[in-house]
Design a protein. Structure first.
Length: 519
């Protein structure tokens, strides 16, 4: 309908309304296509068309149906003369460090198949791990643990790590930990070079070590079938669980800290709920699993002899069959690791390295403040400085990561809640600001704190501070002393009125048991 006769049309208003309608339509279209614009919230998985088992799919079949960039991640590196090999990924998944048992060490930018460094130490090497980033790595050699830089030059010899079999690194605490033939768990701060702690496990030799990513607690497997958990600030294990009837071969913790997978010589692979310390379910393996790993999406990789199996949704519930399976003919598998933020699994074996495609194993969305797979040199340097500034002290590692954020009030006999409305305020302050000797409003006071003892939260440093403050002469201390004298004088006056005056002549009359001491 057009305007009536004689009415004027506001062309500017009409143009504005049309522009708003067009903008609203564009927003609705953008909202409808939001799922296409945003990153995927869930990872894709491999599915069979007939709904059958996906373990029958081979790696060459997967490679024929993926893009060229993913196909490049499928390789087999032949290093048969210096194995078996152990390997570890960097936090962002771009680099991998490998160590041959006969002393071959190397760092690869594996996606581009570019060699960063290579060195032959001519000594038995049992394990290897990256430190805070790919520029430094540590190797457990015949007697000590050595730290190398990205050029392959030895920069430090850790003489406190003796005969180490397994290494692990806590990135948020800058702690390098090791355990070996002596059964000693050693923590070393790589930021300062000092040894944070050394604990004797008292359970013999151990070659199984890991940590819980959620709280930083170390997980150690022993030859008597037990799995113990340790923190640097306690000389005894915080948790000790009997998991298997034989030696523990491997352990792995989920990223959220809820589940623990363990394998033993008895052929059992058990999944534990760490929060309740109870077994959820178990799987039987024909060959004992020598290596376990849990991906960022919760997949469980199991490797033993020349076989490797990947289980999907096998932690919270018991899976009926594996998700994928792979075999390395004529080789002995030594360890396996999921690549962070990639659908890939790498295996170290007696003949070198092998990488396979595992759809859905990597986290599809990454946080660049934590680990950036596409970081530049400048970003890596800035991230290193930031991580040093945000470094968490080793003394803050606890079994309950939320413990430090809680307020704990110790209850005891005679607990009373005292409200002070200026009753204990200093003289002349009118109940307002001034010197107050009594408790705060709503403060919980126990019998011990009423006698002037420190109940919790204040230790020896506070006592030393209070002792030094006794010799400080200032206006506040003078007021406190005057108030104490007045209170003491008032208390003596009240005792005198009640007949509690100290009189040696009345000792025998008030207490017959002390009459023999009266002269």
């Amino acid at each position: 309908m057009g305007p009536k006769g004689g009415e004027r049309v506001d062309k500017k208003l009409v143009a504005t309304l049309k522009a708003k309608a067009k903008d609203f339509k564009a927003k609705e279209e953008a909202k409808a296509k939001a799922n296409e614009w945003l990153l995927p919230s869930t990872a894709g998985y491999l599915e069979a068309e007939d709904g059958g088992n996906t373990t029958r799919f081979k790696q060459h079949e997967s490679a024929a149906n993926v893009d060229a960039q993913t196909r490049r991640k499928l390789f087999d590196l032949d290093l048969k003369d210096l194995g078996p090999y152990r390997m570890r990924f960097s936090r962002n998944g771009r680099h991998v460090v490998l160590a041959g048992h006969k002393g071959h060490l190397g760092v690869l930018e594996w996606k581009k198949m570019r060699k960063v460094t290579e060195v032959q130490v001519r000594e038995t090497t049992r394990d290897v791990t990256f430190l805070h980033n790919e520029t430094f790595f540590a190797a457990a050699q015949k007697r000590y643990v050595y730290i190398y830089d990205k050029r392959g030059l030895e920069v430090h010899c850790c003489t406190h790590h003796v005969a180490a079999n397994r290494l692990d690194f806590l990135p948020y605490h800058f702690l390098l930990q090791s355990v070996g033939d002596l059964g000693v768990l050693t923590y070393q701060d790589t930021a300062t070079g000092e040894v944070a702690a050394q604990h004797k496990t008292k359970q013999g030799r151990s070659d199984c070590l890991g940590h819980n990513p959620w709280n930083g607690v170390s997980v150690v497997g022993h030859g008597n079938g037990t799995v113990s958990m340790w923190t640097p600030n306690m000389s005894q294990s915080v948790v000790s669980m009997i998991c298997h009837h034989g030696p523990v071969l491997a352990t792995a913790c989920s990223a959220d800290g809820r589940y623990l997978a363990s394998s033993g010589m008895d052929g059992q692979i058990k999944v534990w709920d760490i929060r309740a310390y109870r077994e959820l379910h178990s799987y039987f393996s024909v060959t004992p699993a020598v290596s376990l790993d849990i991906s960022q999406t919760g997949m469980l990789a199991v490797g033993g002899r020349s076989h490797c199996q990947i289980w999907k949704d096998a932690l919270a519930t018991k899976a009926t069959s594996p998700y994928l399976a792979d075999r390395i003919p004529g080789k002995q598998l030594s360890n396996l690791r999921f690549c962070p933020y990639e659908d890939s699994l790498m295996m170290g074996h007696s003949g070198g390295l092998r990488s396979i495609i595992v759809p859905g194993s990597g986290e599809p969305n990454f946080d660049t403040w934590t680990a950036n797979p596409f970081e530049t040199k400048k970003q890596r340097q800035e991230g290193e400085v930031k991580s040093l500034l945000d470094k968490i002290p080793a003394s803050l590692i606890t079994l309950d990561a939320d413990y430090l954020a809680k307020i704990h009030v110790k209850q005891s006999k005679g607990v009373t809640k005292v409200h002070t409305d200026g009753a204990n305020a200093g003289a002349g302050d009118g109940g307002g600001a001034g010197v107050r000797l009594g408790p705060k409003v709503g403060e919980v006071v126990t019998e011990e704190t009423a006698r002037g003892k420190i109940e919790f939260g204040l230790g020896k440093p506070h006592k030393r501070y209070r002792k030094r403050q006794q010799n400080v002469v200032d206006a506040r201390n003078e007021q406190v002393r005057e108030l104490k004298k007045e209170r003491s004088k008032a208390q003596n006056e009240a005792d005198r009125k009640r007949g509690r005056v100290h009189d040696p002549s009345r000792i025998g009359k008030s207490d017959p048991a002390l009459s023999r001491f009266v002269k």
